[in-house]
Design a protein around this ligand. Structure first.
Ligand code: 0A1
Ligand code: ZN
Length: 888
């Protein structure tokens, strides 16, 4: 059977009968049902007659039987919302075609044919932003994963690789720039106000990598000379007026190209690389061959409108999409179950790149924070799935933190076990062996085994088992020997009640608490791989009980439960020479304290004692002059409320919020003078993008965050002054973020100023919405409600929707308002957005899906919203799948 949703003949199709009765519950597609495609399409020729409301598409497909598949007399051409206006086979009009649901079925007598199909589409009416859509008068495509079928009928699956020739024709004034994949072959003017361009992409690619852009755009152009001396023209296309904010993106692109040559040996393979920025986009960006399409958020940046974090975001996403040229495009996925093959690997590649471009330890900590904030909750909830899922109903729902971020961690573990050199050998073999192919995660693992010389038999469990393993750690000391006892538990997840033990690579070391020296192993750090449910390891030569540092560098994406004394955590927080382990010790210290506090397990004395230890640890971070400010700022960040909730079997978000704020206030009050001094010192550092200046900005705002909790009045004055003195967005946004959480007059004044100052700059107005929706202010939810009626708010722009409602859904004290108002609002958003843009609507379901892990009162209210959404008529496949899994 074809992996497409229905068998290749429409008659007697049981799935169709089901679908007729229950249109919202299409059958699950299963990985094990994969079959090679019966027909290949070596060449595609597309002709577009462009118009915003009616674009005519004529596609000519050269098709040939796939000798490696079961023969079929029909070809299934997927479609969505399309009608065939004309169908020709080998140049002759036919009327024997049939529709099977939305797909077109054509009977083909021979082994090779040409099929020509004409369709017409309305890009202006495409609010889902999949397929060909209009954005600010420009036309743009998004085809991953299954958007190409909204443009023309096609076997829309990633294992069908074709070369594309694309001819576009349209009015010159509306669409002066006409772009597609590959190289521009020819262009011309018709002399009647219209013009045309013809593009050809020599590299065979799946349909999801097709792209077309037509609009009034202006380019920042540059060039890059590859390692073999080829000159590549680079263009970043934006709307007029935005070109001055493309410099950082261009620098990031050139750095990415050089880095991929140097670190992975990958050279670019066309003479042209185009990037287009679009303001209506569901995701961050898309790696279409030679024509990347980006959300403006990840292209436009200058010091006045973008924060340091935004600059990093641009650099990281530019790199990510560029790296896909090899990990994704030259070697692509056989089917969508293999999505992590390209995404996990590419995320790892972009993480390593960003580590090399800036502070490696800080980047590592940030990446772990993202993983634990987004992926761990997914892995412990109703939507848990392995990095290579076994089934799905709507592939858009599987662009998840698990596929991306856990996928990256899994490959990072391979790298840790292999070492850098052997890993590179594995990667070289993978690219060489599979260049031009559509392959599986198994092919990747095999290439790693062969190239890096590893045995990954047991390691494959990381691809098939969902859930975050928990490793319990105990260190026993007797005589002169320390014994490390480890045991692992991989929790049950939906559909996977029983798990096997996984190989877990743990970097460990032991410190002598008196000298602070490391003592374990010859080089002080060892890689211990736990392969069984339990294991014990002995470390002789320790006359004193050593302090254990484990999972250094976060060598495995797991939860560690360690039996360790508070003093030992304080010791590691002050002395561990692994920056991640040091950060982790501080986090653990705080997590333990807040968990106990939120669970009512602390009497006054214990609370005081716990706070004192944390304050002491923060003070030593403040005073430690071996730290740079970027790292210092990182160590100051308290564990998030989401992370704290995740550490408890059932959480009370109200208690967590109150206890965390109280701790922050205690730290802020106790260290008030130190934070003021730090703020003053950091304020003297002039703006630049150098690490020291970025670090200064980071600790400056961190200081305000603590002072806002400890002494709100003083903080309001300082934040207002920081806002007024700001010569960059990082300082200005940081100050406004702090003010947004306070009930001070400066809050209103600066919010008005910010809006007036940046009116007309959508990305900065997004910040204005997001700052208010994610604020610590007790009335944040009221503010969100009012902002929904603001004239600048629209449900049609995904960035704007996210800036208001995603910010609120991930602001625990607003979302978890005790009366359920936050849940109701998100329920309303999902229902209102679903008919407009199902992909973005379904992304709001997971926060509600956490209901099983939340205390009873709120849990019931969350569930009620899921049930209300589930009952709504005409729900999209995207939202329906997420809701039913969340309730299941
Ligand atoms: N492959 C892209 C992500 C992406 C996926 C789906 C999209 O459809 C709206 C868009 C982009 C990446 O990993 O960057
Ligand atoms: Zn990607």
């Amino acid at each position: 059977m074809d992996i497409a949703r229905t068998p290749s003949t429409p008659e007697g199709n049981p799935e169709m009968a089901d679908a007729a009765q229950e249109p919202r519950q299409p059958a699950a597609i299963r990985r094990e049902d994969y079959r090679p495609t019966a027909w290949l399409v070596p060449e595609v020729s597309l002709e577009f007659d462009l118009a915003l409301q009616a674009t005519r598409v004529t596609s000519t497909l050269t098709v040939a039987r796939n000798a490696a598949a079961d023969a079929s007399p029909t070809i299934r051409l997927n479609g969505e919302g399309l009608e065939p206006m004309a169908v020709k086979v080998d140049g002759a009009m036919i009327d024997s075609w049939v529709m099977d649901d939305a797909d077109l079925i054509v009977t083909l007598p021979g082994d090779a044919h040409s099929i020509e199909i004409t369709t017409s589409i309305n890009p202006a009416a495409n609010t889902a932003l999949m397929g060909l859509f209009a954005s600010n008068g420009m036309l743009c495509t998004q085809c991953e994963a299954e958007g190409f079928r909204r443009i023309t009928f096609f076997p829309d699956r990633p294992d069908v690789l074709s070369t594309y020739r694309v001819r576009m024709h349209g009015p010159k004034t509306d669409f002066p720039v006409l772009l597609s994949n590959g190289n521009l072959e020819e262009q011309g003017d018709d002399g009647d106000g219209t013009h045309w361009a013809q593009w050809h992409d020599p590299w065979p690619k799946p349909s999801y990598l097709f792209a077309l852009v037509a609009g009034d755009l202006i380019a920042n152009s540059d060039s890059f000379t590859t390692m073999s001396g080829r000159e590549v023209a680079l263009n970043i296309w934006v709307r007029e007026g935005d070109e001055s904010r493309t410099g950082h993106a261009m620098e990031s692109l050139k750095k990415s190209m050089r880095w991929d040559e140097e670190v992975f040996g990958r050279e670019y393979d066309l003479d042209l690389f185009n990037i287009v920025a679009v303001s209506d986009f569901n995701m961050g960006a898309m790696e279409n061959k030679g024509l990347n399409v980006f959300n403006t958020k990840y292209v436009l940046a200058d010091e006045n409108t973008a924060t340091d974090g935004d600059f990093d975001g641009v650099e990281g996403v530019i790199a990510h999409e560029y790296f896909h040229n090899w990990s994704g495009n030259r070697v692509t996925c056989r089917d969508w179950f293999q999505l992590s093959l390209k995404e996990g690997f590419t995320v790892l590649r972009d993480q390593l790149f960003s580590q090399d471009m800036g502070s490696a330890p800080v980047k590592r900590i940030e990446d772990v924070r993202v993983l634990r904030g987004a992926q761990f909750p997914e892995d412990s909830g109703p939507l848990a799935h392995p990095i290579r899922p076994d089934s799905f109903r709507e592939i858009s729902n599987f662009y998840t933190a698990t596929i991306y971020n856990k996928g990256a961690e899994v490959i990072r573990m391979i790298r840790t076990m292999a070492g850098e050199e052997a890993f590179r050998a594995g990667s070289d073999l993978y690219f060489q062996r599979h260049d031009g192919q559509a392959v599986t995660c198994e092919d990747f693992v095999k290439a790693m085994e062969d190239g890096a010389g590893l045995d990954l038999s047991q390691f494959r469990l990381w691809y098939s088992q969902a859930g975050t393993p928990k490793v319990t750690v105990r260190l026993e000391h007797s005589g002169d020997t320390a014994t490390l006892h480890l045991s692992q538990d991989v929790p049950a997840t939906p559909g996977q009640p029983d798990k096997h033990p996984m190989p877990i690579p743990l970097k460990v070391t032991l410190f002598d608490p008196e000298t602070g020296n490391r003592a374990a192993g010859h080089d002080g750090e060892q890689l211990v791989t736990l392969t069984k449910a339990q294991a014990s390891l002995s470390f002789p030569g320790h006359v004193r009980r050593p302090v254990l540092s484990i999972n250094r560098g976060f060598s495995a994406p797991i939860v560690i439960e360690r039996d360790i004394a508070q003093e030992e955590l304080v010791f590691l927080a002050a002395h561990d020479d692994d920056p991640f382990a040091r950060y982790e010790a501080l986090q653990d210290l705080v997590v333990r304290h807040l968990k106990d506090a939120a669970d009512d397990r602390l009497d006054d004395g214990a609370r005081k004692h716990g706070r004192a230890a944390i304050i002491e640890a923060i003070r030593s971070v403040m005073a430690d002059d071996t730290l740079d400010d970027l790292m210092r700022g990182e160590l100051f960040i308290l564990p998030s409320e989401t992370y704290l909730a995740e550490a408890m079997p059932v959480a009370d978000p109200g208690r967590i919020h109150a206890e965390r704020q109280a701790l922050r206030a205690a730290i802020g009050a106790f260290l008030e003078d130190d934070f003021v001094a730090l703020h003053t010192r950091a304020s003297d550092v002039p703006y630049s993008l150098e690490a020291a200046a970025r670090g200064a900005r980071k600790v400056k705002t961190q200081a305000l965050v603590y002072l806002a909790a400890g002494n709100p009045e003083r903080a309001a004055g300082m934040a207002a002054a920081q806002y007024d003195a700001a010569d960059n967005m990082t300082d200005r946004q940081g100050a406004l973020m702090v003010l947004c959480g306070l009930s001070a007059v400066e809050r209103t004044n600066k919010l008005i100023d910010f809006y007036n100052r940046y009116q007309g700059n959508p990305l900065v107005i997004d910040k204005w919405f997001a700052l208010q929706a994610s604020s610590m202010h007790p009335s944040a939810l009221e503010h969100v409600k009012a902002l929904a009626d603001h004239p600048d708010f629209t449900m049609k722009n995904p960035n704007r929707v996210r800036s208001l409602y995603m910010a609120m859904a991930y602001n625990p004290h607003a979302f978890h308002a005790e009366d359920g108002e936050g849940y109701r609002m998100i329920g309303d958003v999902i229902l209102a957005l679903d008919p407009i843009n199902p992909q973005t609507a379904s992304r709001f379901v997971p926060p509600l899906g956490r209901w099983r892990r939340i205390e009873a009162g709120r849990s019931q209210l969350m569930r009620e919203q899921l049930e209300r959404i589930g009952k709504a008529p005409g729900l999209s496949r995207d939202t329906h799948e997420q809701v039913s899994r969340s309730l299941g």
